[in-house]
Design a protein around this ligand. Structure first.
Ligand code: NAP
Length: 523
């Protein structure tokens, strides 16, 4: 019999803990150039994030942003478009004129094609103009908001034109850096080739491979929770933890991304980057310092400790699924194969559940169940640490089952942390029930419209790569997921679609986790 749902106890933090604190860092003087500024990412994320940084006083006074794309536009037309984009974005509700004017005067536009050297000469002239006006050394930050097929070409041109020279010493000023969007490769071989092409021209510290999950508040909080408190670390191991569940469930379907998604599927789209990053942060050893290389070293070590999954063992380690028609929030939705630009017999998985085993002293025998799916019952991303049950239970609890202690780190929505434990129900009997001690960011700190891109852009401006992926980390993650992708491509599924939209995934996934005596949570 399953345990009843826990009762929530809101946790009140003292006032001084919730008080605003002075920012610890501010961007260096720099010119940011967005290559591909006509796109969705620039409109929805990058410009709103830069605007917000300026609004919060986190950009240096000596800052300009140049949008570069193929459409012919004047500076003013591009500014107007960006103002509308900022107004439309979910991150910014209101744009006061005075703040907008301060931001607008820093926005510029260059038109051209990324494959044309003349375009880079035009960008170079514009950047040189700002540097001359500024009269002091300015860093250069190039954001590749481009299709992945042009990442390597763009870096070649940036290097050949001298816009981003190779700088071996990270302390050298002025600096020049490149932010590369995801996906970084589509396999181990392509990621390796892209790394080699970029690192032939630039030093590793100049390359910022973005995974916006790492900029999320709760993801960073995972490090603070684990390493700034002394109560968790002693029990953060195989002696006390029964298993870990990492879930990234979406209610949306493939939307307008079918062209990409048909090729990618859930493993490339979610596991290679976001989910393995969450696993690494949960499982890694304590870094010596909160410095980029120390944190990245530990992440790579733990990724390398993950037991390889091979085509021969795939069924022991993973389950795949694809959504069929169903209902989300009471509205009928089509199945994946009925979506626009999806093949009617598509074998692309939209759901996967994988059991990762980490072969080291800390985690031997503790399964990490990681799942992600589209068109699931609820939108939720969380990490749930389930502790061992008491070795002996002296309470009878009327023959009813009880829940194991669980620490849940909610990444989205309603970011926060909760701890589930058993208590006695008031009364003459010794009857137990599960309660939940809950910390919610919104309740304690108020609603925040601070986006992951703000954190990440600011970090790139100050040269902090802690929340960005290093080349070896990207390759380590690809070497974990590549065999899964290959095994599934070699063996087309016979049961797709195998879950109803609006459910918690295929029935096979329930049987899969039950083999280890566990049960999926329903966040
Ligand atoms: N959108 C998101 O929320 C999101 C989230 C995560 C990652 N990403 C990644 O971010 C990157 C950009 O995404 P997006 O959604 O903004 O894509 P998008 O809407 O297709 O925009 C791509 C931009 O690149 C430009 N472009 C393409 N080829 C070019 C070329 N040869 N020369 C000059 N400009 C060129 C396009 O110009 P035209 O307008 O002239 O075609 C457009 O401005 C992609 O790698 C994507 O995977 C996006």
């Amino acid at each position: 019999m399953s345990a009843p749902p826990p009762v929530a106890i809101p946790l009140r933090l003292s006032e001084h803990l919730a008080a605003p604190v002075e920012p610890l860092k501010k961007g260096d003087p720099c010119t940011a150039v967005i290559l591909g500024a006509g796109g969705d990412l620039t409109r929805r994320k990058l410009m709103p994030a830069l605007y917000h940084l300026l609004h919060d006083g986190l950009l240096h006074d000596d800052f300009s942003v140049v949008g570069a794309a193929r459409e012919p536009l004047t500076d003013q037309a591009f500014r107007d478009r960006m103002r509308q984009a900022i107004l439309d974005s979910t991150e910014v509700g209101h744009v006061p004129d005075a703040t907008w004017d301060r931001f607008a005067q820093r926005i510029h536009y260059v038109q051209g094609d990324m494959t044309d050297p003349a375009f880079f000469a035009a960008v170079s002239a514009r950047v040189a103009e700002f540097e001359k006006e500024s009269g002091r050394p300015r860093g250069r930050l190039f954001y590749l908001a481009l299709p992945p097929s042009v990442y390597a070409t763009a870096v070649e041109h940036l290097s050949a034109t001298g816009l981003v020279p190779r700088i071996d010493d990270p302390a050298q000023r002025p600096w020049a850096r490149v932010i590369v969007e995801k996906p970084f490769g589509s396999s181990l071989a392509t990621a390796r080739a892209l790394n080699q092409s970029i690192l032939k021209r630039l030093a590793e510290h100049q390359v910022f491979r973005i995974d916006h999950y790492l900029g999320k508040e709760t993801v960073q909080n995972l490090l603070v929770l684990r390493f700034a408190n002394s109560i968790f670390e002693p029990i953060w191991n195989r002696r006390h933890i029964h298993h870990v569940q990492i879930t990234a469930a979406e209610t949306v379907g493939v939307e307008h991304r079918a062209g990409y998604y048909e090729q990618a599927g859930v493993v490339r789209d979610m596991f290679q980057n976001h989910l393995l990053q969450l696993l690494a942060l949960t499982a890694m050893e304590p870094p010596v310092a909160f410095r980029a290389e120390d944190v990245r070293d530990e992440k790579v070590k733990v990724l390398r400790a993950i037991r390889p999954i091979t085509p021969a063992t795939i069924d022991d380690f993973a389950v795949r699924g694809q959504y069929g028609p169903g209902a989300i929030g009471g509205l009928a939705v089509p199945g994946y194969r009925q979506e626009d630009r999806v093949a009617p017999n598509s074998a692309t998985p939209t759901y996967a559940a994988v059991r990762f085993l980490v072969d080291n002293w800390r985690w031997q025998g503790v399964p990490f169940f990681v799942r992600s799916g589209k068109r699931m019952a609820r939108r939720a991303t969380e990490i749930a640490i389930q502790f061992q049950r008491p070795p002996h239970l002296m309470f009878q609890n009327g023959g009813r089952s009880f829940a194991a202690n669980t620490l849940v780190i909610r990444i989205q929505p309603n970011e926060g942390v909760s701890l589930c434990f058993e208590i006695k129900v008031p009364g003459v009997d010794v009857k137990m029930t599960s309660v939940q001690m809950d910390f919610s960011y919104a309740n304690v700190f108020g609603a925040t419209d601070h986006s992951a891109y703000e954190t990440l852009l600011l970090d790139a401006m100050v040269g902090d790569g802690t929340l960005y992926a290093r080349s070896d980390q990207v390759e380590a993650a690809w070497s974990i997921v590549d065999p899964i992708v290959q095994a599934w491509s070699a063996e087309p599924p016979r049961d797709f679609p195998n879950y109803v939209s609006g459910s918690w995934g295929p029935g096979a996934a329930d049987a899969f986790i039950a083999r280890d005596g566990c049960q999926w949570r329903q966040p």
